[in-house]
Ligand binder design. Structure first.
Ligand code: ADP
Ligand code: ZN
Length: 742
């Protein structure tokens, strides 16, 4: 009997406009090709890269062309992930090829980076002290080179060893000639976290944690109901994550941990790696700071099965792990889980979907779950597991609201630090304790405004004012990056009375230096943390007590854990509150709670100061009293009244183009067509200017859609857009379950 083989393949080219094309599989490829294989195929006169979506035993066309090339020895996309991509294209209203491409990192997809063949070097035999000493007299650089190898206790890439020893590669070749080391060609994984961690033992669970673990174990045996782990900051959620992972590993399964990009710090990675010190080489870490080569290697480590635990940011939800036991989504409420380009998926929701398809448990953890998840827990779709107490019964920090309206603004500090806060900082410094100050706005001042004519320096390409950056003496647009020299006088009326309005972290830093000349101050924001290691170094110095005051943007709000921090100051709590977005209150509440949670994590009690001009706004008051439940009740009421999520579903279609009238007209036409085709219960908005009317030279208009089902909204959008021909210079983006309405 002949061995049955697939003869034809259905291929989705990466640039295909959704078309699927059939090809014959040449004899030579039949044994290795499969669904998910990456191939090169002829399309008209060109060769295109694509993915095999299906394999077929027959073909309905008479003449089909051959696949030209098979790019990998085994399929790159597992069928389960291909299915996920299909679902994603459908739900999030994007072309299938966009969804398929997003499950493969670029570094892997285009095959540009390949495995790194590198020479590695190791000792032939142990080196004695005497040998080393003799050598350091004769050839000190060779001795240095040897010391690195002795310390490494294993082979190292030659270039790495040479870097560490501060010598050139040739020194190792001399050592090789002397018969002390061997240099071998080999594949070396670029391991971005090559340090070794000391094992950290399991903690004895408290009773709440023990109960939470019972729920987790049940979910692993009988998956289906996601767990919403609602635990106040400092309640020990990480211990639950670690145990859940161990549980999966012990059962021969794998584990995937998602954390927000911004919280994917060395500190976080270390917490996981040190618990699994016994299997460090089986842990892969994926985040945006990796080089293409590193990402490629980490991905292959997962693909070939050697990584069994993956820690990563949003896109790691597509990590090709097999036999998944558990998916953990930390800080599930985080907006950064939503991708802001097509496919506009939310990794948290994809985690729930992927887990249910692959029979894995899923744990969504947060101290401030989003309303959608809370609603799911209340309706029984999720199982609510609570950790109400801080570990060791530490109390929640005391939160003091400072009413900025009643503070004197005539001080030289310009009312940036009100007296109660600056006195509190002073007090901490006297006691040798540390403070964290938070302001969610970088730069020096938010705008330059002319006192004579009222002119505000605006970005020419976006509808926002330019931010003044002191160090460079420049104005910078935070939307598009446009930059120009800061003017000395008003560009419009030439009056020299042009001044700075609003404040950013740079200004606060300057004020701090003035008030506390002796303090050791560090600033962490996107401007000060441009170097790769800056983040790690600053946090390291802070941990060692070499910094008194750490000032920063949301970069410091998440996941950091410093026992000696007893004071947290929020410079301006109003920043996110007065924006045209129904989630503004929710975000402010979450942010205040998260930031406040940085205080008092050690033995000492924590104190939080919240400076605000609107002290009685509900988000601030509920956060002040650590009253999550209260906040939820009132926020749910508001959402229900207006039919906002989680009660109704939303989609937002944004159109952009360089000619305003054409964009406006297209938006209005689209709105009209959608209205005509809308099903019962759907509401379609008018074509109106977006809150951010102009960005990167493009004029922007929006059409909102509301209804009971996101999937139905998505279908309506897709079908309607297919019947419409947009002007060539008008671009359309469909966002299902949008988080940002700007
Ligand atoms: P969360 O993520 O809920 O904010 P963490 O997981 O960071 O809280 O835990 C806070 C601190 O409590 C950490 O230092 C952690 O090591 C410690 N911790 C957690 N569980 C226990 C426990 N059962 N016994 C002792 N310490 C614990
Ligand atoms: Zn701009």
């Amino acid at each position: 009997m002949a061995i049955f083989r697939w003869m034809f393949a259905r291929v989705l080219p990466d640039q295909a406009a959704g078309r699927l094309l059939d090809y014959r599989i040449p004899e030579s490829m039949t044994s290795s090709i499969g669904v998910g294989s990456r191939v090169r195929v002829p399309v008209r006169t060109r060769l295109l890269t694509g993915t095999v979506i299906e394999v077929l035993s027959s073909c309905e066309y008479d003449t089909v062309r051959d696949i030209s090339q098979l790019l990998d020895e085994k399929p790159m996309i597992r069928p389960a992930l291909l299915e996920l991509a299909r679902w994603m294209a459908d739900y999030y209203c994007c072309p299938l090829e966009t969804a398929v491409c997003s499950v493969l990192p670029v570094a892997v997809r285009d095959g540009r980076v390949s495995v790194k063949k590198q020479n590695s070097v190791r000792l032939i035999a142990p080196i004695t002290e005497e040998q080393l000493e003799a050598l350091s007299r004769k050839a000190p650089r060779q001795a240095d080179a040897l010391r690195v190898l002795i310390k490494a206790a294993g082979p190292l890439p030659v270039s790495t060893a040479a870097d560490q020893a501060g010598v050139s590669d040739s020194v190792y070749r001399s050592l090789e000639k002397n018969g002390l080391v061997v240099i071998e060609a080999g594949v070396v994984a670029r391991n971005p976290y090559s340090e070794r961690f000391v094992a950290n033992a399991e903690l004895v669970l408290n009773s709440e944690q023990a109960e939470a673990m019972l729920a987790v174990r049940e979910a692993m045996v009988k998956p289906g109901q996601p767990i919403l782990l609602f635990g106040v900051t400092g309640s020990g959620k990480t211990e639950i994550y670690l145990r859940a992972i161990r549980e999966a590993i012990n059962h021969g399964r794998t584990a995937l941990v998602l954390v927000p990009e911004i919280a994917l710090t060395p500190q976080t990675v270390e917490r996981f790696k040190s618990r699994f010190a016994d299997m460090q080489d089986n842990i892969a870490v994926l985040h945006s700071h990796l080089s293409e080569g590193e990402r490629h290697d980490e991905w292959h480590k997962i693909h070939d099965g050697s990584a069994r635990i993956v820690i990563g940011a949003r896109s790691s939800i597509f990590a090709p792990l097999e036999n998944l036991g558990v998916i953990i989504v930390d800080e599930e409420h985080e907006g950064s889980y939503k991708q802001d380009e097509a496919p506009r998926y939310n990794a948290r929701d994809m985690a729930v979907l992927r887990a249910s398809r692959e029979g894995a448990a899923v744990i969504l953890g947060s101290a401030t779950p989003c309303l959608e998840s809370w609603h799911n827990a209340q309706t029984g779709k999720y199982r609510l597991v609570r950790l109400n107490q801080r570990v060791d019964d530490k109390s929640m920090p005391v939160v003091r609201v400072v009413d900025l309206r009643r503070q004197s603004r005539s001080t030289p500090e310009g009312g940036i630090l009100a007296r109660p806060l600056s006195e509190a900082i002073e007090g901490r410094m006297a006691k040798g304790e540390q403070s964290i100050l938070f302001l969610n706005r970088r730069g020096f001042s938010t705008s330059m405004i002319c006192e004579a004519c009222g002119h505000v320096c605006q970005c020419p390409d976006c509808s926002v004012s330019l931010t003044y950056h002191r160090a460079a003496e420049r104005l910078i647009c935070h939307i598009c990056g446009h930059t120009r020299k800061a003017p000395k006088s008003c560009p419009k009326c030439s009056d020299p009375k042009i001044r700075f309005a609003g404040m950013g972290t740079q200004k606060v830093e300057e004020v701090l230096k003035k008030i506390f000349p002796k303090a050791r101050i560090a600033r962490m924001d996107a401007d000060s943390m441009t170097r790769k290691d800056a983040y790690r170094e600053t946090l390291g110095a802070f941990k060692e007590g070499k910094i008194d005051i750490l000032l920063g943007t949301q970069m410091i709000a998440k996941g950091l854990h410093f026992p000696n921090v007893t004071l947290v100051g929020i410079i301006n709590a109003d920043l996110g509150l007065h924006v045209p977005d129904f989630r503004a209150g929710e975000r402010t509440f979450q942010l205040l709670t998260q930031v406040a949670g940085r205080a008092g994590r050690g033995e000492m009690e924590g104190e939080v100061f919240v400076q605000t001009f609107t002290p009685f706004s509900p988000s601030i008051q509920f956060a002040r009293h650590h009253d999550f439940q209260g906040f939820m009740e009132q926020e749910m009421e508001f959402r229900e009244k207006f039919g906002y999520p989680p009660f109704g579903k939303m989609a937002m279609i944004t159109l952009r183009g360089t000619v305003r009238e054409r964009v406006e007209f297209s938006a209005q036409t689209l709105s009209r067509k959608l209205k005509a085709a809308a099903l019962e219960g759907m509401t379609i908005g008018e074509g109106v200017p977006a809150p951010l009317e102009k960005a990167k030279t493009y004029h922007r208009f929006q059409v909102s859609m509301r209804g009971n089902s996101s999937m139905l909204l998505s279908r309506l959008a897709k079908e309607t857009l297919q019947t419409l021909t947009m002007p060539e210079d008008v671009f359309v983006a469909v966002d299902i379950d949008p988080l940002h309405l700007m």
